[in-house]
Design a protein around this ligand. Structure first.
Ligand code: 3PG
Length: 389
């Protein structure tokens, strides 16, 4: 893959696809991790003397129509403060846009364009015609074959990867392609069903697969324990058993907690009660792992060579159910392993427990991160590969 860093961009029209899809509330960006991650790429293009254009989607608006709720204006306001140059939003850009060296023109939400999501060729060609060099830097959207992430790259004079995308691929490749072992993955979250494919592929690769949250409850039930009123998926118990057997057949393990924290209601003021996993009753709801289980996992993480983390192990938004996730975060911070964290909830936990600078790499990907872990080829990356031949 061609990397933007190695190109001469002096006086060139450079169109960078970033993933600036961040949460916005009342016109203000509320989590800027993705924006911070994209700044070095934009700055590098400016330093190289390019006329810089940046495009992204934000949210999931109805395609083909403007909707102020999904405008990139709050992102433009953020970038204008973070960059030392003029930054402006362009709403009509498809038929031509003026971009000058030394400024940044941000295209309004690409999902307002009809044909974006179906990777329409005519739309892709219009975007390609606006630039001399197309830079795909949106790792978080690299699993989408859409006009701004894929089609445009087929028609632009040059298509290359930006430093953020290249860095993500390198870090994730280091964790998954030839990892220092033991390789430990932590997959938390509410449902087995949404993460079944990633659990499936990880159970065939990792040495330990730590499951958490509602996912763990399904595995606890599969191990024959009562889970009471906990969130779990009865129809996936057989699937969970198969994954455990799959891991065990290779000498790997999917450990289930030995103790859990339960409550009788889901609320910020619910009383937390610690129980052995075989003492859970029909009225209980499991919201976290207990201290013995957390210690056992911390020991596994301490000895790991590589750690991949996606998803908390408890309802850490409520402090009384956050101890398990906190202990895991601390263990990752203390471990000498190469560690990667990705996904919105995981990054919120990383921030809450203050371990951001102790994780080896923090990915900007959610869905793209999971698809990479599944071993799937990301369409935008495949496009860049085809353009570098
Ligand atoms: C994400 O947040 O995962 C990416 O920005 C992709 O967004 P999408 O799922 O709406 O395509």
């Amino acid at each position: 893959i061609i990397n933007m860093s190695s190109l001469d961009l002096q006086g060139k029209r450079v169109l960078i696809r970033e993933d600036l899809n961040v949460p916005v509330s009342n016109g203000v960006v509320t989590s800027d991790a993705r924006l911070r991650a994209s700044l070095p790429t934009i700055k590098l293009a400016l330093e190289k003397g390019a006329a810089v254009m940046v495009m992204s989607h934000l949210g999931r608006p109805t395609e083909g129509e403007y909707n102020s709720e999904f405008s990139l204006q709050p992102v433009v306001d953020y970038l204008a403060k973070a960059l030392d140059c003029p930054v402006r939003l362009a709403t009509d850009y498809l038929d031509g846009v003026e971009a000058n060296v030394g400024e940044v023109v941000v295209f309004e939400n690409v999902r307002f364009n009809l044909g974006e999501k179906k990777n329409d060729a005519a739309l892709s060609k219009k975007l390609a015609a606006l630039c001399d060099v197309y830079v795909m830097d949106a790792f978080g959207t690299a699993h989408r074959a859409q006009a701004s992430t894929h089609g445009v790259g087929l028609y632009a004079p040059i298509a290359c990867a930006g430093p953020l995308l290249a860095g993500e691929l390198e870090a994730l490749g280091k964790a998954m392609d030839n990892p220092a072992r033991p390789l430990v993955a932590i997959v938390g979250g509410s449902k087995v069903s949404t993460k079944l494919t990633v659990l499936e592929s990880l159970s065939g690769i990792v040495d330990q697969l730590v499951v958490g949250g509602g996912i763990a409850n399904t595995f606890i039930a599969a191990a024959g324990h009562e889970v009471g009123k906990s969130l779990y998926e009865a129809d996936l118990i057989d699937e969970a058993k198969r994954l455990v057997a799959n891991a065990q057949s290779r000498g790997a393990a999917i450990p289930v907690p030995t103790d859990v924290v339960v409550a009788s209601e889901f609320s910020p003021t619910a009383t937390a009660t610690l129980k052995a996993v075989d003492a859970v009753t029909s009225d209980d709801m499991i919201f976290d792992i207990g201290p013995d289980s957390a210690e056992a996992l911390a020991e596994i993480l301490k000895n790991a060579g590589t750690i991949v983390w996606n998803g908390p192990v408890g309802v850490f938004e409520f402090d009384q159910f956050g101890e398990g996730t906190k202990r895991i975060a601390q263990a990752i911070a203390e471990s000498a392993a190469f560690s990667i964290a990705g996904g919105g909830d995981t990054l919120a936990a990383v921030d809450k427990y203050g371990i951001a600078d102790k994780v080896s790499y923090i990915s900007t990907g959610g869905g793209a991160f999971l698809e990479f872990l599944e071993g799937k080829e990301l369409p935008a990356v495949a496009m860049l590969e085809s353009r570098s031949e």
